[in-house]
Design a protein around this ligand. Structure first.
Ligand code: CTP
Length: 406
């Protein structure tokens, strides 16, 4: 999607750097149009670096390409954040004395504003009237939030946090084909303790599961995300008003959390890498070499429960269950064969299959998957960012649900 982020001259402009970053990371093409005043707060270089596009404030640059019209017409969404009292007044009056004002007149895309100003200015009859006029024109107003303001006062006037602006703005234009669905997604990798300082873990970063949770929320679902050992930076991508996160440690913790989450879910997605074995007895004391007999140590492992198979066994009527399988395979046919056997063994509706190796699949921003459906047929294939793969998985879920009478 092409998104224009208009930045006007308020201190909250620094928070919009994060907003732009979130939108770029979500795969959108973002053009920032600051007002000249906004550049007092955050400079052109920052906007260009973060948006990866040229940034200008003036209609007098790139005149040949009629930049305000070109940008305005190409946009799928315009977000003005922060929107100062002055910029709201100018929008209301249709003043076009800079590139942002001109673009706002030239665009027919949905416009979202995130006001930020002192409470007194927000409550002033002039601003109140401007907001009413903008709302009547179809502009979407997000916030302001209440809280501490620059200068020490507090009250309504803080710009809403970038995560919420991004989620609510994207929700306006994105598909809402998962609206009304409750989904439970597990992500990350479980860790089984050997002793208080060691564990058996795996290389899953949780990125694909987080992308699945986020994509579902953007598409209107209510999401329970059961997160096993996901870095805070990765988990932050799931921040969305529609996502509730439960963090877990071991396979047994994950099983308990998923069984709770699945009890009310229409769709269950097991993207987590769950340990198949755990040490039979986690030692209360740190194991030392002194306690070992000779140069080797034997660790007894016992099988963990198969969470996915358990969820399939207690499936609610109409519930769609999706498993994942990361396999090493010598070729496509061998990969499909392994996937088909796993799908049959687990009894899930869909199995998202990807090939992994020492340097493939893990900790990478991109992914490539094959989705197997009834009878092991290939129902979808997707490659690209983990978000693109996530959207393809949700498309496959919707197709599967449409094909099943419920
Ligand atoms: N899974 C699970 N509980 C386990 C192990 C795996 O729910 N104890 C789920 C995973 O979340 C995934 C699917 O089962 O959705 C396949 O995981 P995978 O590790 O590939 O399957 P395994 O049953 O462990 O088979 P393998 O022998 O190939 O490891």
């Amino acid at each position: 999607m092409v998104i224009i982020v208009g930045v006007t001259g308020g201190i909250a402009a620094y928070k919009s750097v994060h907003l732009v970053r979130l939108l770029v990371r979500a795969g959108h093409s973002v053009h920032v149009i600051p007002t000249p005043d906004a550049l007092q707060f955050v400079g052109l270089t920052t906007w260009e670096a973060i948006s990866r596009h040229r940034v200008t404030t003036s209609v007098h640059e790139d005149v040949a390409e009629v930049r305000h019209v070109a940008l305005g017409q190409s946009a799928d969404l315009v977000i003005v954040a922060p929107a100062t009292a002055n910029s709201l007044a100018k929008m209301t009056a249709g003043i076009a004395d800079d590139l942002l004002g001109a673009t706002l007149l030239a665009t027919s895309a949905p416009v979202v504003v995130a006001p930020a100003m002192h409470s007194g200015m927000w409550r002033h009859p002039a601003t109140v009237r401007n907001i009413h006029t903008l709302l009547a024109r179809g502009v979407h107003v997000i916030g302001p939030a209440e809280g501490e303001l620059t200068g020490g006062d507090s009250g309504p006037g803080r710009m809403v946090e970038p995560e919420e602006i991004a989620a609510r703005a994207l929700a306006l234009v994105g598909p809402h084909d998962l609206a009304g669905l409750d989904v439970a997604v597990s992500a990350g990798g479980t860790r089984e303790p050997i002793d208080p300082v060691r564990f058996i873990g795996n290389r899953s970063s949780g990125r694909q599961g987080v992308a699945l949770a986020r994509a579902a929320a953007d598409r209107g679902a209510r999401v329970s995300l059961v997160a096993a050992h996901i870095d805070a930076g990765v988990l932050a991508e799931a921040a969305h008003p529609g996502v509730t996160v439960v963090t877990v440690g071991t396979a047994a913790d994950l099983q308990a959390a998923m069984s709770d989450a699945a009890a009310g879910a229409d769709v269950v997605v097991m993207a987590a890498a769950v340990a198949d074995y755990r040490p039979a007895d986690a030692s209360e004391e740190k194991l030392s070499k002194e306690s070992a007999q000779g140069p080797s140590r034997i660790l007894e492992l016992v099988e963990t429960d198969d969470v996915l198979a358990g969820l399939v066994g207690s499936r609610r009527p109409g519930q769609t269950i999706v498993g994942f399988a990361a396999e090493t395979a010598p070729g496509r046919e061998a990969l499909l064969e392994r996937g088909r056997r796993k799908l049959a063994r687990k009894g899930a509706d869909l199995l998202v299959l990807n090939e992994v190796g020492w340097a493939r699949g893990f900790e990478q921003p991109d992914n490539a998957v094959i989705v197997l459906g009834p009878g092991g047929s290939v129902v979808a294939e997707a490659a690209g960012s983990k978000r693109q793969v996530a959207d393809a998985v949700w498309d496959a879920v919707l197709t599967a649900r449409a094909a099943t009478p419920r």
